[in-house]
Design a protein around this ligand. Structure first.
Ligand code: NAD
Length: 355
């Protein structure tokens, strides 16, 4: 090439900078244009996830929806629609009307409640996902998020550091529905190129909204009762170890997975993620460091068998390798935060319960 026609290096740097700035601007504009639908927004995860998505994308860009009445914490923070995810036509209308570009599907029946009505749990958990996947395919939705659970694992899966790929033979209807769902996500990705992403959450510990009928709910109830009653009756045996995670880690994991470039994602079923692992006795002892008079008694019920069918800890090295997942909370840090935050929350919302 004729040297006289080459651009001087200063010009190359100048145009390079302009190009970079345009790229950043277009990314920002692109992000602003995202319109997100959260289905099941009034549940334990939905409330906190919706609030965080609204903080990132702007209140008006995140449409919260649920069967229930709008949660108090969501009121005034963005749009809310009353929606039954099983009504495919109504869901389709909302997706079109609201110009939705991303869907987070959180509606489900959880492990303990599922065992009381297996047919309903199977129907809701699988049909809701199929409705969302079909509409997402039809409307060329950019990204779909759907959570799976450690409940996919069963008694034949390894008990400690349960790997991403292993023997998976769930014994609860909830676990069966989640495992089937993982393969539907994988299928829509491979067959239709739909960008659907998923995490296998462990038991989630939070203070803003109540847990929805899972086997790990004790790890939320225990904080509530420690603060209000100074004692807790636990439905699991004292030495039952289960994988758990503080909600802020779960929300961060969800958003980190959804923001990462699609090329980084090697798992289109669902990623193992881990936070911490403890038994009721261990969390009780951690609470006693803050509330010395706290007492815990054990009355195991039908949930003990469910808990015993699950692994005690999870290997999340694939999530770490693919998109850098690392939890920030261990048992000690989570207990301190939970007691502080739940106390403030109870004072604000139900002050006469604190003793
Ligand atoms: P949750 O029960 O607290 O919330 C689910 C929400 O879905 C509720 O507000 C409910 O009203 C709504 N819903 C139910 N049926 C609906 C329908 N037909 N149409 C619209 N909304 C409907 O559950 P969660 O704990 O927030 O869990 C959310 C997701 O995360 C679920 O898929 C669950 O399986 C998964 N998960 C949760 C945990 C956990 O510890 N919370 C652990 C593993 C996986």
């Amino acid at each position: 090439m004729d040297k006289s026609k080459r651009m001087p290096p200063a010009c190359v740097a100048y145009f390079g900078l302009i190009f970079f700035n345009l790229l950043c601007l277009s990314k920002k504009l692109f992000m602003i244009k995202e319109k997100i639908l959260v289905i099941g927004a009034c549940g334990q995860i939905g409330v906190e996830l919706t609030l965080e998505l609204r903080r990132i994308y702007g209140g008006s860009q995140v449409v919260a929806s649920d069967l229930r009445e709008e949660n108090e914490l969501l009121k005034g923070t963005g749009p809310y629609v009353s929606l039954d995810v099983m009504n495919k036509e109504m869901l389709h209308v909302q997706v079109i009307r609201q110009n939705i570009t991303q869907i987070y599907l959180l509606a489900a029946i959880l492990s303990a409640t599922g065992e009381k009505n297996p047919n309903l749990a199977w129907h809701l958990n699988t049909q809701s996902l199929l409705n969302v996947l079909e509409i997402a395919r039809d409307e060329q939705i950019q990204k779909v998020y759907w959570p799976s659970s450690i409940a996919v694992f069963g008694p034949t899966s390894p008990k400690t550091n349960c790997p991403q790929q292993t023997i998976i033979e769930p014994i609860t209807v909830y676990g069966i529905s989640k495992y089937a769902g993982e393969f539907w996500c994988n299928y829509y990705n491979h067959r239709y190129g739909l960008d659907v992403r998923s995490l296998r959450y462990p038991g989630l510990i939070s203070y803003k909204s109540e847990p929805g009928g899972g086997t790990t709910d004790y790890a939320v109830e225990i904080f509530h009762d420690a603060l209000t009653e100074k004692k807790y009756q636990c439905f699991l045996k004292e030495d039952t170890y289960l994988p758990m995670m503080y909600m802020s880690d779960a929300i961060r994991a969800t958003i980190e997975l959804m923001e990462v470039d699609a090329s980084a994602i090697s798992v289109r079923t669902s990623y193992n993620i881990a936070g911490m692992s403890f038994s009721p006795k261990e969390i009780g002892e951690e609470i006693k460091k803050h509330i010395p008079e706290f007492k815990i008694i054990y009355e195991p019920d039908y949930r003990q068998a469910i808990a015993e069918s699950w692994p005690q800890s999870i290997d999340d090295s694939v999530a770490n390798k693919d998109w850098g997942w690392k939890p920030a909370y261990n048992l000690e840090k989570m207990t301190t935060e939970m007691l502080k935050n739940m106390q403030q929350f109870l004072r604000k919302n139900n002050s006469n319960m604190i003793k």
